[in-house]
Design a protein around this ligand. Structure first.
Ligand code: ADP
Ligand code: MG
Length: 253
């Protein structure tokens, strides 16, 4: 079983500290949700782990089976079994989804290893059937003119074909309508199992009605200040983030 360990991670943008010491261990097979109000550093955490160059790790580590993820290039991270879903995926005009995914699968193979095209398409179509995606979909250019829901579908299909050990998904505040939410939820639920660990970052309690997490963590001012099981998400829904704020204020008096 693989482990993804985030250890006392500190992240700055420019010289401004945003994430101020996050520690979290995710086992393969578990779904962890990080929730929190806007501006608390959730996306910063996701982007830094994805290797975004603007986000400076000032302290701490991220380990995948004891290997430093932070020391790896983005493609190495993928080969090691990480999948990082983008909040705002890029459009790649002229490149079909089928070819894009094929290149992604190919790039994860070791040098000299040849991709078997027939086998690839068989696997692709099996994944598409599993996710109930129309065959016509993969002939379209990657994300070009896609709706929010279609972008999510493309992202989920990438995840399915790459079969990562860990998926980090930042499903932030804007642009996720109920259809897109369902696509993400159905996709994650379909792929959920002992081989997949998920870190699901969301502002929405509602997403957690569809993807029931094993653990819920609340992020506040760059730290995980509260952890629990799925009931914590329900408690947050009922009491709002002000409740966490009051608890924190009471604890520091
Ligand atoms: P969340 O995802 O929890 O809403 P973010 O990680 O997006 O929060 O943002 C945390 C803080 O970092 C906010 O104060 C935001 O203004 C700041 N921030 C995020 N991205 C940048 C950036 N590229 N440049 C400067 N400040 C940023
Ligand atoms: Mg965000």
């Amino acid at each position: 079983m693989s482990l993804l360990e985030i250890k006392d991670l500190h992240i700055s943008i420019g010289d401004k500290p945003i994430v101020k010491g996050v520690t979290l261990t995710i086992k393969q097979g578990e779904v962890h949700a990080i929730m929190g109000p806007n501006g608390t550093g959730k996306s910063t955490l996701a982007k830094a782990i994805a290797g975004h160059p603007d986000y400076i790790i000032t302290d701490g580590e991220v380990l995948l089976d004891s290997r430093s993820v932070l020391a790896m290039q983005a493609d190495e991270r993928a080969r090691a079994g990480m999948f990082l879903a983008f909040q705002y995926p890029s459009e790649i005009p002229g490149v079909s989804i089928a070819n894009f995914l094929r290149a992604a699968v190919q790039s994860r193979m070791t040098e000299g290893e040849e991709l078997d095209a027939a086998g690839y398409y068989k696997r692709l179509y099996a994944k598409m059937d599993m996710l109930k995606i129309d065959r016509k979909f993969t002939a379209r250019s990657v994300n070009e003119g896609f709706s929010g829901g279609e972008k999510k579908r493309c992202e989920i299909l990438q995840m399915a074909i790459l079969e990562p050990k860990f998926a980090l998904m930042d499903e932030t505040d804007s642009g996720l309508d109920i259809d897109a939410l369902r696509i993400v939820a159905d996709g994650v639920n379909t792929m959920r199992g002992p081989g997949l660990g998920v870190l699901l970052i969301t502002h929405y309690q509602r997403l957690l009605d569809y993807i029931v997490p094993d653990y819920v963590h609340v992020m506040w001012d760059g730290r995980l200040v509260k952890s629990g099981d799925k009931s914590l998400a329900l408690e947050l829904e009922a009491k709002g983030y002000d409740w966490v704020k009051k608890e924190l204020a009471a604890a520091t008096v």
